[in-house]
Ligand binder design. Structure first.
Ligand code: PMP
Length: 398
């Protein structure tokens, strides 16, 4: 039965990691990853997470099945983060949240449910987008198209193009939006632009699906929820996927959630019943540990404070790496203006490096980046930033 099976294409980023691991140069740097590293180049174990895990270990809770949708304490905490705890949507029971296996799992449960709800829809993702968006919605059975997003000339958002794309999308299309910290470009919409996107979705009857993978990595919990809050105030129905991989540094625990805003309590009950069917036939119910840790942190005043301080520390370190890289590129005699790197948000920057320049970084310096020129700022640290700046200056001179 396997004789005619073809080799699937390699995941571009995981392939990069393999090449990096095989590189024997001691000065090598992997800027291709999508993970936050601390200044020692390590994935941090947050103090708030450690405390919550210790308490769980001591309590020795039994390991029964969870509810299909995950525990209420977790789902409620997710809703508070997204909408603010005084949200009228929550009070009106217009919000359905289910725990999911990371942000990816949330997107997939949402996509599978949408395929049942709107089988003829087309999905629009930003051009460019996180590379898994297209594959994920295609594997749920949707045709996937793009809306204009990145403007290479300004290294910002081509907002006129984006609006034109949205206005041309057929009614009922699903629009996947990066709620903050756009991956891969680092270019986000302004608050005013979000309001215009809300208006465009309303005018065209589009179905917004906000992907929130980096809440707290740009400006803070509430500031980074500006897109979610703009849609909340609109009266529209929409989807949100949440990921706690980065904000809690819990990548491998697979902690995320799918949230759906409905028109009211009765609709919420019916929608939840359908989403539960999708989950039940996929993995039945979510694992316990990661969600329990996140819920314990978010529902304890003390641990939540500790987490917010640690989250701010990660955010500040990324910012310091952005401004540090700009300064060190200048000091290294870079002939190009890289000041845009300090204006971009989140973990990533579209540097404008060509595929050939990225290849020179790898071959001559042992510095690995995605061929599109995307680098992860959180892979920089006080020890490697000077070396990386010199290498980028060298390959971009002329
Ligand atoms: N959406 C975006 C935009 C992402 O960058 C990522 C993670 N790189 C995800 C979703 C998936 O997150 P998770 O690892 O929690 O599945």
């Amino acid at each position: 039965i396997f004789a005619a099976v073809e080799m699937a294409p390699r995941d571009p980023i995981l392939g990069l990691n393999e090449a990096f691991n095989a590189d024997t140069r001691s000065e090598k740097v992997n800027l291709g990853v999508g993970v936050y590293y601390d200044d020692n180049g390590k994935i941090p174990l947050l103090g708030a997470v450690r405390a919550a895990e210790k308490a769980r270990l001591e309590a020795q809770p039994p390991r029964g099945y969870q509810p299909i949708e995950g525990p209420a304490a977790y789902n409620g905490a997710v809703q508070n983060l997204l909408f603010g705890k005084d949200s009228a949507l929550i009070a009106n029971a217009q919000v359905v949240t289910v725990e999911a296996l990371g942000g990816t799992g949330a997107l997939k449960v949402g996509a599978d449910y949408l395929k049942r709800l709107l089988p003829g829809a087309t999905v629009y993702i930003s051009d460019p987008s996180w590379e898994n968006h297209r594959a994920l919605f295609e594997s749920a059975g949707f045709p996937v198209d793009t809306y204009a997003y990145y403007d290479a000339a300004t290294r910002g958002v081509n907002f006129t193009g984006m609006k034109t794309s949205l206005e041309a999308a057929p009614a009922g299309s699903i629009i996947v939006l990066h709620a903050c910290c756009h991956n891969p470009t680092g270019a986000d919409l302004s608050d005013a632009q979000w309001n215009e996107v809300v208006d465009a979705c309303r005018a065209r009857g589009l179905v917004p699906f906000l992907d929130m993978a980096y809440q707290g990595f740009a400006d803070g919990i509430d500031a980074d929820a500006v897109a979610v809050r703009a849609f909340s105030a609109s009266g529209l129905q929409f989807f949100v996927s949440s990921s706690f991989s980065k904000s809690f540094s819990l990548y491998g625990e697979r902690v995320g959630a799918l949230t759906i805003v409905t028109a009211g309590k009765d609709e919420s009950a019916r929608v939840l019943s359908q989403v539960k069917r999708v989950i039940r036939t996929n993995y039945s119910n979510p694992p316990i540990h990661g969600g329990a840790v996140v819920a314990a942190v978010l529902n304890s005043a003390e641990l939540r404070q500790e987490w917010e301080t640690e989250l701010a520390g990660m955010r500040d370190r990324i910012r310091a790496m952005r401004t540090g890289l700009v300064d060190q590129l200048k000091a290294a005699g870079a002939t190009q203006d890289f000041s845009f790197v300090a204006k971009q948000r989140g973990m990533f920057s579209y540097t404008g490096l060509s595929a050939a320049q990225v290849e020179r970084l790898r071959a001559e310096f042992g510095i690995y980046a995605v061929s599109t020129g995307r680098i992860c700022l959180a892979a920089l640290n006080s020890k490697n930033i000077g070396y990386v700046a010199q290498a980028i200056a060298a390959v971009t001179k002329g």
